[in-house]
Design a protein around this ligand. Sequence first.
Ligand code: NAD
Ligand code: USQ
Length: 384
Amino acid sequence: MKVLVIGGDGYCGWATALHLSKKGYEVGILDNLSRRYWDTKLGVDTLTPIASIQKRIQRWHDLSGKSMDLFVGDITNYDFLSKSLRSFEPEAIVHFGEQRSAPYSMIDREHAVFTQVNNVVGTLNLLYAMKEDFPDCHLVKLGTMGEYGTPNIDIEEGYITIEHNGRKDTLPYPKQPGSFYHLSKVHDSHNIHFACKIWGIRATDLNQGVVYGVLTEETGMEELLVNRLDYDQVFGTALNRFCIQAAIGHPLTVYGSGGQTRAFLDIRDTVRCIDIAISNPAEPGQFRVFNQFTEQFSIKDLALMVKKSGNAMGLDVEIKNLENPRVELEEHYFNAKNTNLLDLGLQPHYLSDSLLDSLLNFAVKYKDRVDEKQILPTVSWRRK
Ligand code: NAD
Ligand code: USQ
């Protein structure tokens, strides 16, 4: 099957492209390399020294004998997008190609507008391009668990059945996202749902939790294939940041009380979930939603786990509760369903001492590349 991975130069996308290629899919990568440019503009860098996309693809070819087509360009440019699709002729499209940082979207008006235009227009262009030329292609779109926010009831997978004034219906689950980035995902979900309804597009929205880890079977093969690992305050995410902070002796940056609970998964499960979604496609006209995570943790519990593993390795790990730069509940109910992917055969890698040890060791290996000035949060959700 031919699968186009949009955003295939990024953290989830690169690991997924290699995994699918290894599994025998014919993979193409489309990316405008903007993530590398945003890092440069912000003065931040991945912990790991990543090779150019051309070198990565060449090395993968040398090692595995498998080639990948590369399309460098922006999906907000409809002409480029539609030409790329016609040239590659995908049977499934995995769409990771968005601005994915909540803090980036909250820097100022310009970054909020950019994030929503980039994400919403890109996805809308993709829906139109699919309708025009590939109406039977399956769209696997990365959404986020943060679309739901933190409601005081259980979170279902996309839909909830409600009884109101004696009548009953199954409706999209209410969305209460916590940043202009997370809102862009909600807008995408609505647009995709509508396109499925009117044009019969088939789509799976994967509401993914926070991803942690860096090595997959394929990206760990050698250094030229290594994945990016972000630790800065804009693009770094909770557990990855804590491991890198522990490795360099920086206090772990828990925002507020740390009672915020989120859904998490290992990057090795991200790539497997995508494979599962592709090989079990949605029906024509179906807008299917899977919650893509394996476990839930509070931020303070994650910090304690990293401290314990770090101490066992001889690292001096301190936890510091910082004033929360975000506007979010710090103590709340959180119980999300995730049975759809498990029912299709996902066998999770749960967070373990050995994973934390390997992530900490990995961080120690590259610790000389860390710029400590990029760790503390400066982007605030509040009115100045
Ligand atoms: P990333 O920033 O590492 O990768 C995104 C890639 O998309 C980059 O290579 C970037 O250059 C490309 N891109 C962005 N806008 C584009 C455009 N207009 N045209 C073409 N390419 C474009 O992000 P990631 O962490 O790999 O996340 C991938 C997807 O998964 C995102 O949609 C994100 O919202 C979602 N997600 C990520 C996480 C996480 O913890 N990393 C969790 C849940 C959901
Ligand atoms: N947090 C800390 N300390 C830190 C970093 C984060 O306490 O140093 C807290 C945040 O306040 C928040 C939680 O940890 O409560 C998660 O923050 P995060 O930066 O790890 O993740 P988030 O901003 O939600 O975004 C990340 C990805 C995004 C994806 C999302 C999945 O960047 O692309 O959509 O995780 S989810 O959170 O399920 O919506």
